[in-house]
Every structure is written in structure tokens, then in C-alpha cells.
Design a binder for this molecule. Structure first.
Ligand SMILES: Cc1ncc(COP(=O)(O)O)c(C=O)c1O
Length: 417
């Protein structure tokens, strides 16, 4: 029996999507822990290699456990296909390198996760790719930043750690006018707050290590193709053979046949299993992350030692209106706040009793970090300023514990800050 998953609502899709079990089949996705897959005849294996038939051949190229995760995530985002990767960074690098070529430009948000910023500015620049960084909340700046060499626009749905919220549909319109794809990192909003197909993105990437996994147990990433970008376009002659053969699957085919295959950053079957298990509770967890975060943001906003709070759920946030419209009145679980200075931030973190001091987000547990001295410790002062990493900033990934326990923990630690 095959479940017709695309018809289901979100809360049902996170549980059933991609799970195609026959009579007496398992109710969880089986872990197919095998490097290679044997075929009865030489011509049967040739058929799969030549694309005449589908089937797994080698886990770097594809694996049934990983395929179940890919299908579920593609359904959830309203996409046509997905490729799971070893990490979120692998997803971003693979997606972007599948589009650009030496001499091209990326137009990227200046409010990016540090690893993505470093990939674009420090790594890809060694291979003839230039990135222009612009304020993602300024659509005029985005339009003005497009040149005849720009081949993609890259933004995060909620900037980490600036916690700003770009208007994705307005940016999608600018990308469409320029004839280039919009690649969106939706790690922090997740498809629970907004589906990629509704946002207007052409390609969605996630670090599945975060909310999708939800337990902090597994590193992973995914690239989801909305299947609607017109690759038959003078700017993308390298897509021509893929468009001809794979039509709306052209981008995914190019990902699978080149960068994903050649760089080899594939998902391990065990990790795909753990991510699929985690994903099943995404809808429930996001409700709690969002409810706890707004409660904590209000508490911090009224605290005398807190100098500022960044959370789009607060009515006074400059991003409240766009976030409310884009994410259906929910604002995810990530916030940042300022204390008097770096020493105050350190004293606060040192006195927390329940929340953990760790370089991660999207865990069921509340996590805090002082980004300037950790994730961004090697960055120049001007780069930290560009990315919104102030010395007094504490980033909080609000967990799903009881909200009063989180607030009581923060209250006692702030007392010592
Ligand atoms: C928004 C965002 N994108 C991508 C990444 C990279 O993901 P990963 O650590 O799975 O490579 C992170 C990691 O923190 C992130 O916060």
C-alpha cells in the first residue's frame, strides 16, 4: 500500500511522508546500512546507471533510507525533489556550486550564518566566484546589487545571529525579474512556519542538524528543488542538457550527477534514519519553541540588565510585520539579546543552571552562546559588525522545556550578570 502523502496536512505529512511500506511492513523507515546494491544481471545494473530504471547502486549516490527522508522533506516544502547531504554546509556548498561557474557572482544576504559567510567570501573566492553582500531587508539594495554576472541570490529566512527577517516574496520577485534563482536557507523557520513553494524560493536548503532533527543527535543537510526555475536561459547554458532530459528535475539531476557525486558529501543511512525520526515531531516541537521564545523575549525585554532584545515576535521589532505575514504569526525559537558588555554576557552564561552553553541551535534543550568569542572568534571587527555579532550579544536557541523553568534559570543568571 502506498500512502498518497502529498494530500495530507502538515502534521500528518511529517509523520507519513515518504514512508511507503507494503503489507506487514515496518512502521519506521528501515535503516539500509549497505554501501552497494547488487543486481541479478549486468544489463539490470546498466539500466540503472543509464537512468532507464530507478534503483539504488551505491550509497554515495543514493540510499533507500536517505530517499525516504528526501521524499518527506520535498513533500513538506512543496518541492519536486530533494537531495540529502552530510551537513547543512554540504547542502549549501553543493546547491550553490551546482549553479555557479568561475567568473560568476553570488548576491548574498549580509546577515548569514558564519559558515556560509566564510564559504562565500573566503573559500569560493579562491575559485573565481565573487560574492556581493547586501542588507537582505532592503529589496532596493538587492535589486541594485544584481549585475550581468550574478547567477543566484542567497538569503536566510531568519538571519543567524542578526535575527532579521527579509521579505522573501519581494526578493523572489527581484530574482525572477533578473532571471536568476533564489536560494533560501530555511533552517530557522523550517517548513512548519512557511513552505518553500509558498515563499517563492526556487531552491530551499536546510541544516537538518537543527530543528528537523530536534534532539541535537545528528548532523545533516538537504537541498529541495521547487522545480519551477526556468533554467532554459542564456545565463545557464551549462543546464541545457539537463533541461532537455530532466525538464523540471533539471537542477536536482545536475546536483546528483556532478557536485553531489563528485564531492561525495552524502548522508549516512543511520543519520537519515535519525533525522526522519526527529522530523516526525517537528510540528509539535515548533509550537513549543515558538511559545517559549515569545515568553522569554517578553521577560528579557522587561529586564533592567538587558539592553536590547532581537526577536521578530515582539511587536516593536522592525521585522514583526513581515515575519507575522510570512510565518503565519509564529516566529521560531531563536533570539538574541544584549547585556552591558562582553563580561556581563560571560557572567550570565557562567551562572545558567539548566540552559547549556553550546554551539548549536534547534535542539529540544535551551542553548546559549556568546558568538563573538566562539563561532566568530577569528573574524575581523568589521566582519562581526556586518554580521551583527556585537560583543555584548548572547544568542539563545529556546528549547521545549517548561517556559517557567527557562525564565527562572535566566532570571537567576541575570541576577549575577
Ligand atoms: C542557518 C544555518 N545554516 C546552515 C548551518 C550549517 O549547518 P551544519 O552545521 O549542519 O553544517 C547552520 C549551522 O549552525 C545554520 O545556523
Amino acid at each position: 500500500m502506498t500512502i498518497k502523502t502529498p494530500q495530507l496536512r502538515f502534521e500528518s505529512l511529517v509523520v507519513h511522508g515518504g514512508l511507503e511500506t507494503g503489507t506487514c511492513g515496518p512502521t519506521t523507515v528501515p535503516i539500509i546500512q549497505s554501501s552497494a546494491f547488487a543486481y541479478g544481471t549486468a544489463s539490470a545494473l546498466e539500466d540503472v546507471f543509464r537512468g532507464r530504471k530507478t534503483g539504488p547502486v551505491y550509497t554515495r549516490l543514493g540510499n533507500p533510507t536517505t530517499e525516504a527522508l528526501e521524499k518527506r522533506l520535498a513533500f513538506l516544502e512543496g518541492g519536486v525533489a530533494a537531495v540529502a547531504t552530510a551537513s547543512g554546509m554540504a547542502a549549501i556548498a553543493t546547491a550553490v556550486m551546482s549553479i555557479i561557474r568561475s567568473g560568476d557572482e553570488i548576491l548574498a544576504s549580509a546577515s548569514l550564518f558564519g559558515g556560509t559567510f566564510s564559504l562565500f567570501r573566503d573559500t569560493l573566492s579562491n575559485y573565481g566566484i565573487t560574492t556581493r553582500f547586501v542588507d537582505p531587508t532592503d529589496v532596493a539594495a538587492i535589486r541594485g546589487g544584481v549585475t550581468d554576472r550574478t547567477r543566484l541570490i542567497f538569503v536566510e529566512t531568519i538571519g543567524n545571529p542578526r535575527i532579521d527577517v527579509p521579505d522573501i516574496s519581494a526578493i523572489a520577485a527581484a530574482a525572477q525579474e533578473a532571471g536568476i534563482p533564489l536560494v533560501v536557507d530555511a533552517t530557522i523557520s523550517t517548513p512548519c512556519l512557511a513552505r518553500g513553494c509558498d515563499l517563492g524560493a526556487d531552491i530551499i536548503v536546510h541544516s537538518t542538524s537543527k530543528y528537523i532533527n530536534g534532539t541535537g543527535s545528528t548532523i545533516g543537510g538537504v537541498i529541495i528543488d521547487m522545480g519551477r526555475f526556468g533554467w532554459r536561459n542564456d545565463k545557464f547554458p551549462h543546464f541545457a542538457p539537463f533541461v532537455k532530459r530532466y525538464r523540471e528535475f533539471a537542477f536536482t539531476a545536475r546536483v546528483r550527477k556532478l557536485i553531489h557525486k563528485d564531492f561525495g558529501a552524502c548522508a549516512a543511512p543511520m543519520n537519515s534514519f535519525l533525522l526522519t525520526e526527529g522530523l516526525e515531531t517537528l510540528a509539535l516541537r515548533m509550537e513549543k519553541h515558538c511559545a517559549n521564545a515569545i515568553a522569554l523575549a517578553h521577560f528579557l525585554n522587561g529586564h533592567p540588565k538587558v539592553t536590547w532584545v532581537r526577536y521578530p515576535g515582539l511587536a516593536e521589532s522592525p521585522f514583526h510585520e513581515v515575519a507575522a505575514r510570512q510565518f503565519g504569526g509564529r516566529f521560531s525559537g531563536l533570539l538574541a539579546f544584549g547585556l552591558a558588555d562582553r563580561e556581563g554576557a560571560f557572567r550570565f552564561i557562567d551562572h545558567l543552571r539548566m540552559a547549556k552553553n553550546a554551539a548549536n541551535i534547534g535542539d529540544a534543550k535551551t542553548l546559549v552562546i556568546h558568538p563573538a568569542s566562539t563561532i566568530y572568534c577569528d573574524y575581523e571587527t568589521e566582519d562581526k559588525a556586518l554580521l551583527g555579532v556585537a560583543e555584548e550579544l548572547v544568542r539563545v536557541s529556546v528549547g521545549i522545556e517548561h517556559k517557567d523553568d527557562i525564565i527562572e534559570d535566566f532570571a537567576q543568571a541575570l541576577g549575577e550578570a
